[in-house]
Write a protein of this length. Structure first.
Length: 339
């Protein structure tokens, strides 16, 4: 309203919203993921500067993803003490936080449909909290909250599907999504796998960006001999490897710091998987073949996993360096005693 139809005002507003979202991510990394401020700041900086967010900032349609992420961060801020078992006061306080967070997740889903999937993140977060406790009685309230989240989330998704009369697109535009318009199921499977690999490549190495992938920008994959299928193979292998590493860290964690870092990796994988699933064309076809703005939410989980694994690697190198120095000191003791 202040700038009328001037594009500069829309672009400036999106840039400010993205900056606020990056700041929220820093607080999310510190409070929810228990990262040190230095690592949380690095996480927010990488998110703010990632080239894949150019479309979300430059175009008005990308504002839906930014606002959806902001509302989800508010929901995580409210629900965090429930999963961490740090809710003070009466037991009703945890339920008030649950209903407030659930309402915010619904609001995020009204901003962008992907937001509805983050009921699953609250469930994963609660399950991680239960693995820290011992005994059935201590986990009873957590199980009740999980059931409540599943019921509320299922009802919200069912209401959305009912209101939109399903998830299918009545007239699929062959120019916007030529894969969905193809009659060959095998070609659709291979081509969608290629799209998954393209998304992973854009997250990891966004060298080439494009605002329009319609028409024949991505030729269909018609056989297994197509070398482009190496992209999805590498993407699936990397994702499975990240899951194995995160679960191994979670199982082997003995100290509190290692445990929290392992949980951060699991939460990052959950954020990525839940936000990436609706755009995979597995559950239902979408009207866009490739859209870089759709990676706004998955990039959060991707960066969280990347920073968590980097932190483990940095800690391992520091530990090995300390052990080396200690070994050298022990080796010098006999020499100093002889002197």
């Amino acid at each position: 309203l202040l700038h009328g139809f001037g594009s500069c005002g829309f672009h400036l507003t999106n840039a400010i919203l993205h900056a606020v979202c990056s700041l929220q991510l820093a607080f999310f990394g510190r409070r929810a993921l228990c990262l040190p401020w230095a690592w949380a700041g690095l996480l927010a900086s990488l998110f703010a500067a990632h080239p894949i967010h150019s479309e979300s900032i430059c175009y008005v349609v990308g504002r839906a993803d930014i606002v959806c992420a902001q509302v989800l961060f508010l929901a995580a801020e409210i629900y965090g003490p429930c999963s961490q078992g740090s809710v003070g006061g009466a037991p009703s306080a945890a339920w008030l936080r649950l209903f407030a967070a659930a309402a915010l997740v619904v609001v995020s889903g009204l901003c962008k449909e992907t937001g509805f999937t983050f009921f699953g993140l609250l469930v994963v977060w609660e399950v991680l909290g239960m693995t820290r406790r011992k005994g059935l009685k201590s986990c009873l309230s957590s199980w009740l909250r999980v059931v409540a989240l599943l019921i509320i989330g299922s009802a919200a998704c069912a209401a959305r599907v009912w209101y939109t009369a399903g998830t299918q697109i009545a007239r699929m535009d062959p120019y916007s999504n030529p894969i969905a318009a193809s009659d060959d199921q095998w070609v659709r499977v291979l081509s969608y796998a290629l799209v998954h690999g393209m998304y992973f490549k854009l997250l990891l190495w966004p060298l080439f960006l494009c605002y329009d992938y319609s028409m024949d920008a991505v030729p269909l994959v018609k056989s297994l001999s197509d070398v482009r299928l190496l992209q999805p193979c590498a993407a699936y292998l990397g994702f499975c490897l990240a899951i194995c590493v995160a679960l191994m860290q979670l199982r082997a964690a003995r100290r509190r710091a290692a445990r929290l870092n392992a949980e951060a990796s699991v939460l990052g994988l959950a954020i990525f998987a839940l936000s990436f699933l609706p755009m995979t064309n597995i559950l239902f076809p979408i009207g866009t073949l490739v859209a870089e703005r759709l990676l706004y939410l998955p990039s959060i989980g991707f960066l969280v996993v990347l920073l968590s694994l980097a932190r483990v690697a940095a800690g391992s190198s520091d530990l090995s360096r300390r052990r080396t120095m200690a070994g050298r000191a022990r080796s010098c003791l006999p020499a100093s005693s002889c002197w």
